[in-house]
Design a protein around this ligand. Sequence first.
Ligand code: ARG
Length: 296
Amino acid sequence: MLAKIQPRVLELWLLGGFPSPVDLITAGEESMKRRWFLASTAAVALATVSLTAACGGNESAEGGEAAGGVLTMATSADYPPYEFVETAGGTEEIVGFDVDIARHIATELGYDLEITNIDFNGLIPALQAGRADFVMAGMTPTEERQQNVDFSDIYYTAQQTIVSPSGSGITSPADLEDKTVGVQLGSIQEGLAQDLATETPGMELSPLNRINEIVQELKSGRIDAAIIEDTVAKGFLENNPDLEAVVIPEEGPVGSAIAFPKDSERVDDFNQVLAEMESSGLMEELIVKWFGDGAE
Ligand code: ARG
């Protein structure tokens, strides 16, 4: 038992300590117990650093965890309805469209699922460092990211919108002249805003870590607008009637895919389950569950 968990404990320890309960929300009570057991065995693990290193303790989560029957998913749980922290009933749980898909895939492939919550900008580095087996975060498979990670097939597509205070008069990218525009750090929206800024005089970017921060900055008037994808903006608008959004039509839809460490052997298995979810209608059910009836 101890031998099995040591590499994982070390990995967490060496890569910056144990996540807090808020940052690490596990799938089910069993995993939770195991996680706290791991935390409490940190001292033991430290005492065995040299031994484990000699046995290949640097191996990625992919190699280390698969045999143990646990898949670790990293996400940035600030992105309803894809993934967000639900605090109902005094407990905190990461839920959403991506989480339902991940749970289904894990079950189909015979694994337990653990979820770690980190800033969007840290997701690809987490995969590269072997701290997660895969990432689901409404992540778009861009060419640039494909240099560093592998992607599954696309499972959902969405459009970009400009969100601004109601009555701002901002209806197109040209209206972003002399405006400060919030975007999530490391997202494709940041890249899009950088492109727009080159052709929009006086437009400035305000890159922030979490979407909630962007919404707060907008409401307090510290930024004038934000670029957020339509399905996510819709949810924030429902809770914030003082904001409005317009689609940027010329950008066209972009998709979300699951990211893996480069050359991961899991991509095919995941794609197969995604395809089955499409053909069985389960994907459509989840889309309706999380995005509503109007979603395609
Ligand atoms: N689709 C965009 C991208 O890939 C934004 C994703 C943001 N996801 C999140 N969980 N905050 O860059």
